[in-house]
Design a protein around this ligand. Structure first.
Ligand SMILES: [Zn+2]
Length: 458
């Protein structure tokens, strides 16, 4: 059992430092760090490295092909578990500037929220982790576990350097678990713990007809229509009842475990509310699947766009010369995106050999078992910090590069978001509730405490 007083004194310090913590978050948010353009990236990496060094962590800046990774380490002892806190210091660009009530890099506090680019995604969240470490050190002089803080500068552009960086520094980054504070809490305000993400495999199909657009009367039934070619091909990939019909792509999909099914079934869901919000009256096929099972335990095959010929309001009686289609699959453990693309390409070769197949972005899926030995201490830590236990998400529908930890480092990975659900990340007026920020610092401290007490986990 954790020594409750040890954590209580850290909570007291966090409470006492509330104003100072907010002031320092304001200062941090003043510093732009836009990975898209590179603006402020080097300065922010330096600022973070200095910050970690000032706490007594061994801190380093590693250059990559693009933006640097900042790593700080605390060595508590061989007999203690090692936790890796991951976050990203880069942000999305702030445009459109005119849509912001106050400028994106002049942080403003209104109605209990701090508004700035990066407030929730992700500066407010990893800064809460850093302040948790600082508070712990201020009270106890040492951390209860070994800690690696790793801050990525490319998350908002897909972390292109991260897999190679993690692969090259496996020894340095050797940890027992990874905890990431990113994303949003439940819209009810309930905390969340997430165990996985879906992967991603994007591709484009291009069909060609005549050398140029031709008259649809003079060449109707003469020139083949590339849009029909794509439609027929797409029709062989998914049936009207929602079944993906590409040979082999579902072979590696692993059925959810009993505890994953139970966790998904226990999540609150308001399907009627979703229908109202989106003006829908039914869910996608197949019809018989529960809401969260669709997002967590099944891959998707989505047509993102189909283009060719007359577009918009124009009427143009042609047979187009070209058609293009962008598609994606969201993948479930243990599908491999490259293997999936190989199978799709083979399917295209079989059904429409004249269609070009172009590979786009890929990210492998990731899933940490709920049965991990770290699950109970993390849930207790969240509950202690917030007074209410987290909702348990075996996976989320979206895609994050968690696989670099679960597959390249081979360690269990947990996503514990600190930001409010209406943080407007990537949008104008991005914000984080100050209560969420402070609760994030408390949660970070509680996680250090509960993981630090797991001496037998080493
Ligand atoms: Zn983001």
């Amino acid at each position: 059992m954790p020594d409750a007083n040890r954590l209580k004194s850290v909570f007291a310090h966090i409470e006492k430092s509330r104003e100072n913590s907010v002031t320092r978050l304001v200062n941090y948010l003043r510093q732009p760090s836009i990975s898209n353009t590179g603006e402020g990236i080097a300065a922010t990496a330096q600022l973070l490295a200095d910050q970690l060094a000032s706490l007594g962590l061994h801190s380093e800046i590693f250059s990559t092909a693009r933006n640097p990774v900042v790593v700080g380490r605390w060595q508590a002892g061989e007999d203690r578990p090692t936790m890796l806190f991951y976050g990203h210091y880069d942000t999305q660009p702030p445009e459109p500037l005119e849509a912001w009530t106050t400028p994106p890099f002049e942080p403003s506090i209104r109605d209990g929220r701090i508004y700035a680019r990066g407030a929730g995604d992700n500066k407010g969240q990893h800064f809460a982790q850093i302040l948790a470490v600082e508070s712990w050190l201020a009270v106890h002089g040492e951390l209860p576990c070994n800690l690696i803080v790793m801050l990525d500068g490319e998350e908002e552009i897909g972390s292109p350097s991260l897999p190679a960086f993690v692969g090259a520094h496996r020894d340095r980054l050797k940890a027992d678990l990874v905890v990431t504070a990113d994303g949003s809490m439940h819209h009810s305000g309930s905390p969340i713990i997430q165990f996985g993400v879906r992967g991603f495999a994007g591709f484009e199909l291009r069909a060609k007809g005549a050398r140029r657009d031709v008259h649809s009367g003079n060449f109707g039934n003469i020139a083949p229509n590339p849009i029909w070619t794509l439609i027929h091909l797409l029709g062989t990939m998914k049936s009207p009842d929602g079944k993906i019909t590409i040979d082999g792509v579902l072979d590696r999909v692993i059925a959810p475990t009993e505890d994953e099914l139970a966790a998904a079934a226990a999540l609150p869901v308001d399907v009627e509310g979703v229908f109202r919000d989106l003006a829908l009256d039914r869910l996608d096929e197949p019809a018989d699947r529960p809401y969260y099972n669709r997002l967590m335990f099944h891959p998707t095959l989505t047509i993102n766009g189909l283009h060719g010929g007359a577009q918009g309001d124009q009427i143009k009686t042609i047979i187009p010369s070209e058609a293009r289609c962008k598609c994606e699959m969201r993948l479930i453990v243990a599908q491999d995106p490259h293997e999936v693309l190989d199978l799709i390409e083979a399917h295209v070769r079989r059904h429409a050999p004249e269609v070009d197949f172009i590979r786009l972005h890929t990210t492998p899926p990731s899933r940490t078992p709920i049965a991990s030995r770290f699950t109970a201490p993390l849930i207790e830590a969240i509950t202690t910090a917030r007074g209410v236990g987290p909702l348990i998400y075996p996976s989320v529908g979206g895609t994050l590069p968690d696989y670099v930890f679960t597959k390249i480092l081979g360690v269990p990975t947990f996503l514990i978001p600190y930001a409010n659900a209406d943080q407007a990340n990537h949008a104008p007026n991005e914000n984080m509730k100050l209560e969420c920020f402070i609760a994030g610092i408390r949660t970070g401290a509680a996680i250090l405490s509960y993981i630090g007490d797991m001496r037998d986990a080493v």
